[in-house]
Design a protein around this ligand. Structure first.
Ligand SMILES: C[S@@+](CC[C@H](N)C(=O)[O-])C[C@H]1O[C@@H](n2cnc3c(N)ncnc32)[C@H](O)[C@@H]1O
Length: 242
């Protein structure tokens, strides 16, 4: 898709969306770098598609599909792709971005609940640049829901900023976030480190086995396999279904 198509949207909204999606990693005016950003995120999608061996037998879900740049690689390969997002604005953009793919569905969700997706119907789920913002509680609710929609043996890929390896004198991913935290606390959506050890521990209690983790600087890319239905403790059931 050409950049012109993007510009048919309100420019201000494009800027807001790009900044929300990619921050200032591509400079102060990311709306002027759409092709570069699209290409960079698409290449990330290609790596994930390769890692998860996505093929035309697979029904795939992308949690927090954002602009659909990463999702595109799955759309090119999978039988069906479900874009899931809490933001109608992002979904509207993604519908345009991925309009050429008839195998792609869009789901506006509230929070950690994918009611349009039936139990055990998805082969592969991935989520990029989303769980890096999540707290422990978000992991609980999202892992339960990912477990519900996955087939047994299905896989889930996500990324965390791994607090197990963070070093104050060399951190990359959260340096600016730590810097602005004091001034923005409670107001800004910041990157939130999560420990790989904690993820392994929590996911094992919710029916997953960690099958691969690769570390690149502060970021851990993690692949979990669903080995059983999540056993949800009684005290948590009312909250899960609320
Ligand atoms: C930083 S963007 C990442 C977009 C895309 N995955 C990528 O890697 O380029 C985060 C996206 O996740 C969505 N999001 C945030 N919290 C979410 C949640 N709890 N469940 C689903 N989507 C969420 C946002 O609306 C946004 O589209």
């Amino acid at each position: 898709m050409s950049t012109d198509t993007w510009y048919r949207h309100d420019m201000k909204t494009v800027r807001d969306i790009m900044i929300t999606c990619i921050g200032l990693n591509f400079g102060p005016n990311p709306e002027e770098k759409l092709e570069e950003i699209r290409d960079s995120r698409y290449k990330h999608g290609l790596k994930i598609a390769k890692r998860l061996k996505i093929d035309d037998n697979d029904v795939v879900a992308d949690i927090g599909s954002g602009c659909g740049f990463v999702t595109r690689a799955a759309c090119e390969r999978a039988k069906e792709v479900h874009c899931i997002d809490i933001s109608q604005e992002f979904l509207d953009f993604t519908k345009v971005e991925l309009q050429d793919f008839e195998n792609t569905r869009f789901h506006k969700i509230d929070y950690a609940s994918f009611p349009d997706i039936a139990d055990g119907t998805i082969d592969k789920v991935f989520s990029t640049a989303v769980f890096i913002h999540f707290y422990y509680y978000d992991f609980i609710y999202n892992l339960i829901e990912v477990n519900r929609i996955l087939k047994t043996g299905g896989i889930f890929y996500t990324e965390i900023v791994d607090s197990d390896v963070l070093k104050l004198d060399s951190m990359r991913a959260i340096k600016t976030h730590v810097g602005s935290y004091k001034h923005n606390r409670g107001k800004a959506r910041l990157i939130q480190p999560f420990s790989l050890t904690a993820l392994k521990n929590l996911s094992a209690q919710l029916g997953f086995k960690l099958i691969e983790s690769t570390q690149s600087a502060d970021v851990a890319e993690v692949t979990l396999k669903k080995v059983a239905d999540a056993q949800i403790p009684e005290w948590l059931e009312p909250h899960v279904n609320a």
